[in-house]
Design a binder for this molecule. Structure first.
Ligand code: CA2
Length: 146
């Protein structure tokens, strides 16, 4: 089972600031813990992060061409603006989970809507970094049943 995790702009700064919103776990520590967790499920995990919209589209297309079974994506600020990422996700046929660390519906108005989530099969938000682990649980259970 092949799963990609894509994180959008500024997510590499996780744990460096805004602890009250995003928690104190460092990005690299999160990635390390996710790799260990995925190993327990026998999932082969590939984690990437970019600050560029086009690069995020390239990673989504990689999921398509390399036949990934599942994608977990936090498009970060691009969730609220990017039709390019929405289109790339719409083309992708594997199981897609959108994760947000914070509850975007309880924050500033400009964060309340996620355009990219229109193409997601499932969304987890407001569970802190645990949301990524829950997304792996969800993918594993769904893909097992296929
Ligand atoms: O809650 C989330 O996961 C977000 O996707 C995080 C994005 C934000 O733009 C979305 O509205 C909600 C990125 C926030 C900025 O990233 C930082 C991460 C760590 C420390 C400081 C900023």
């Amino acid at each position: 089972m092949k799963v990609m995790i894509i994180n959008g702009p500024n997510m590499n700064m996780l744990g460096d600031r805004e602890h009250s919103i995003y928690g104190s776990m460092k990005y690299q520590d999160l990635i390390y813990a996710l790799h260990n967790y995925a190993k327990g499920y026998g999932i082969s995990l590939h984690c990437v992060q970019s600050n560029s919209e086009g690069k995020l589209v390239d990673y989504i297309q990689e999921c398509f061409y390399k036949k990934y079974d599942g994608l977990i994506i936090n498009p970060a600020a691009y969730s609220h603006t990017s039709i390019a990422i929405l289109d790339a996700l719409t083309i992708l046929t594997c199981l897609k989970i959108e994760v947000h660390i914070s509850n975007i519906q309880q924050r500033e108005g400009f964060r309340n809507q996620s355009l990219t989530s229109l193409a997601a099969d499932h969304m987890i938000m407001g569970h802190g970094v645990n949301g990524y682990f829950e997304a792996l649980d969800f993918l594993y259970l769904k893909l097992q049943k296929k």
